[in-house]
Ligand binder design. Structure first.
Ligand code: PLP
Length: 404
């Protein structure tokens, strides 16, 4: 694969942009990888060197119905033509809130922002306003955005003070959570967690039997607001919110990424009990009232329901995983797929470990299957049986190519 144009533009970018490609996109860049896209359609993108990829990263989650989805982009364009950022709110604000209240289990209201971190930040503020307490409890390795309090302690640009009020417990460890709640009795505002554990660099983990109902009970007893961060998994497990699939009811539910199929929109939904606190909190932004992305979100929700998206994505993901595991076995390798089928995290176990796995992933990318070695992947409604077959073939060729 030739990535000359991407790499040349990357060199140019480094002169005017710190790191060239900043943030999470930057981590994926190597000296041979594609860096810039030319166009995207359905579940594919083409880089600026003309290479076509089956995209299993889906822009890190937002793409759930396919790039350039006509109904979604059409709804956004229609709204934009009428007005996007105006001095008043658009009626589509109310329509979207009603839509989420109807669809998301336990949601009585909704507020909107742009990125997932808007929702998680607002959720924590609402929890603090409601309880008058200061501590946030999260899960070790859980990602909720890039604001200072969400950073890994020690990260450049954050200070110990940013983390002073953030406590952390291992995933699936109810005893540890209980200990923290006891140690800080009366001081913990909220427990925030994704519905299952999808950190980077390690196998993803589903909730243990009884985990979420135990957490819910503990939070209720301690007067702690339970926040589910469904920014990444939202709509890929259950269209009513992932908590519905896992049988528990959070007080606050955060959505982003897939909600607008690529248009910038995030939402916080919550229970009636927290509506008054949510009313009191001032957290907003100049672009929070963009009407175009809201229209895109309404159309996305319609399409997700019409295509039975979560079940379809789960089925596709199960087949993708089974096929890749078979290919790996045929080459004598033990490929593990963890997390939910719609967001598989892959790891080749055994000798060679992470290095061998990274080489295999790079060989897949070179051949046109866009995968990442250290992050969960994303399956979309737009992926086809042909994409599955092409990916299995590429995986097969990649194992052969790196055999020695
Ligand atoms: C679980 C989770 N929460 C929050 C966020 C933050 O979302 P954003 O990057 O849109 O601010 C992410 C982003 O990856 C996420 O995966």
């Amino acid at each position: 694969m030739d990535t000359t144009k991407s790499q040349a533009l990357y060199e140019r970018a480094k002169k005017v942009i710190p790191k060239g490609i900043h943030g999470h996109y930057g981590y994926a860049v190597t000296d041979a990888s594609p860096v810039f896209f030319e166009r995207a359609e359905g579940a594919h993108f083409t880089d600026i060197d003309g290479n076509d990829y089956v995209d299993w990263m889906c822009a890190y989650g937002p793409m759930i119905l396919g790039y350039n989805h006509p109904a979604v982009d059409g709804a956004a364009a229609k709204q934009m033509a009428a007005g996007n950022t105006v001095s008043l709110a658009s009626p589509v604000l109310v329509e979207l809130a009603e839509r989420l209240v109807d669809q998301i289990t336990g949601a009585d209201w909704a507020l909107f922002g742009k990125n997932g971190a808007d929702g998680t930040t607002l959720a924590v503020m609402v929890a603090r306003a409601a309880t008058g307490r200061k501590y946030v409890v999260k899960v070790d390795g859980g990602y909720h955005g890039a604001a200072a309090w969400m950073q890994t302690p020690g990260n450049p640009g954050s200070t110990p003070l940013d983390h002073e009020l953030v406590l952390s417990v291992p995933w699936n460890d109810t005893a540890a959570l209980q200990r923290v709640l006891d140690e800080h009795d009366g001081d913990v505002a909220c427990f925030i967690s994704s519905p299952y554990h999808h950190p980077v660099f390690v196998d993803n983990e589903l909730p243990a039997d009884g985990y979420w109902s135990a957490v819910e009970t503990m939070c209720r007893k301690a007067g702690v607001v339970l926040i589910v961060d469904d920014v990444r998994a939202g709509f890929r497990i259950d269209l009513r919110g992932s908590h519905t699939a896992y049988g528990f009811q959070p007080d606050l539910m955060c959505f982003g990424k897939a909600l607008g199929n690529g248009h910038p929109i995030a939402a916080l939904t919550g229970s009636d009990a927290l509506k008054s606190a949510a009313t009191d909190v001032f957290y907003t932004g100049t672009q929070f009232f963009n009407a175009g992305p809201m229209a895109a979100a309404v159309a996305t929700l319609d399409e997700l329901v019409a295509t039975d998206a979560a079940d379809r994505i789960t089925d596709l993901g199960e087949r993708l995983n089974a096929g890749l595991v078979d290919v790996a076995v045929s080459h004598g390798h033990d490929l593990r797929a963890t997390g939910v089928p719609g967001m598989p995290y892959y790891r080749i176990a055994g000798e060679g470990g992470a290095k061998f796995h990274a080489r295999w992933i790079a060989a897949c990318v070179e051949r046109g299957a866009y995968l990442l070695s250290y992050h969960n992947h994303f399956v979309s409604v737009a992926h086809t049986d042909e994409d599955l077959k092409r990916t299995w073939d590429i995986a097969d060729q990649a194992f052969t190519a790196i055999a020695d």
